[in-house]
Design a binder for this molecule. Sequence first.
Ligand code: ADP
Ligand code: MG
Length: 381
Amino acid sequence: MSLAADFEALYGTAPDGLWAAPGRVNLIGEYTDFNDGFVLPLALPHTTVAAVSRRDDGVLRLHSADVDGGIVQLDVAGLEPPPGGDGGWAAYPAGVVWALREAGHPVAGADVHLASTVPTGAGLSSSAALEVVTALALNDLFGLGLSRPGLARLAQRAENAFVGVPCGVMDQMASACAEEGHVLHLDTRDLSYRQVPFDLAGEGLRLLVVDTRVKHALGDGAYAERRAGCEAGARALGVRTLREVSAAHLPEALDRLSDGTIRRYVRHVVSDNARVERTIALLDAGAPRAVGAVLTEGHASLRDDLRVSCPELDLVVEAANAAGALGARMTGGGFGGSAVVLVETGRSEEVSAAVGKAFAEAGYATPGIFPAVPSAGARRL
Ligand code: ADP
Ligand code: MG
């Protein structure tokens, strides 16, 4: 059955409309977005699609085809961040309604039914897709007139303050603002961005996403710890954020830091910002193959300096590069989730097979491998 038909079966009437928002992968620029830095994500063809109708009676009804359980019914006026961040999946769309209302937008209720092809928990941002599709639908149905970056900011606020996940703004911006055939060069300091052409197919290249299918519990506190470490580094250097430290001034900045851990974190953030700039320069110069080496260098920094990789992610990079990939790195928060591999289209099968074989030999689960085709951002269908 179609999503619209499922909506009608659930709620008794046809939806007002259908909206879609994609998941994303980040090409490079990791753990930079909470340091006011640069990121370079692209939207995936995988989307979360929502059928939504406006309501004006204060009732919010939520249903997901991907979750067992019935309709979640909430009262919009009574929405409060759930204690202990334990609101289940419905906290993501409910949090968007809450954030919109907190910002003064008159969202008076909705019926929502959704289904997604974005793998959840694979570091491909199914959470941002869910938030952004909800925000865009409500923006249209209530005529709020918010910009794409404005919607992304509110979606981030929903995840930070309502769901209770301290994420940066990259995922929501990628889902809201990406364009087909492009990577999004985003400056997270002011949310300014540029669409950079990334014609993988035309160049005879593929960007493979390798979902390791693992998520290590270690990752839970690590994000907050890295974030606090970066903030401590900025304080020690007398800057507002690590964005203010240029690659040229990195050696001097490192000399001024006595704490070895903070030194490693600062080195990662400053060098990864520079790697985003190098990647852009290579893409603008028509030299996308050279991006591979930058990816692999970025992985080493995440593994050795920030220490957010894991054996499965390291094995993807090692096996892919040994089989002739142009380069590879973990993407997203790490400790599992996914890696990206840049490869000549003609070698893509061989490299995928080599990664699969290495995983089998190591006794790991079979990884999920698919090409990341740079796709459109959120839209009304
Ligand atoms: P990621 O964003 O990397 O996929 P997260 O842990 O940030 O992983 O978000 C995954 C969570 O988002 C799920 O556990 C679920 O609560 C919610 N979610 C995402 N997609 C859906 C969906 N289609 N239906 C219901 N909940 C979803
Ligand atoms: Mg997420």
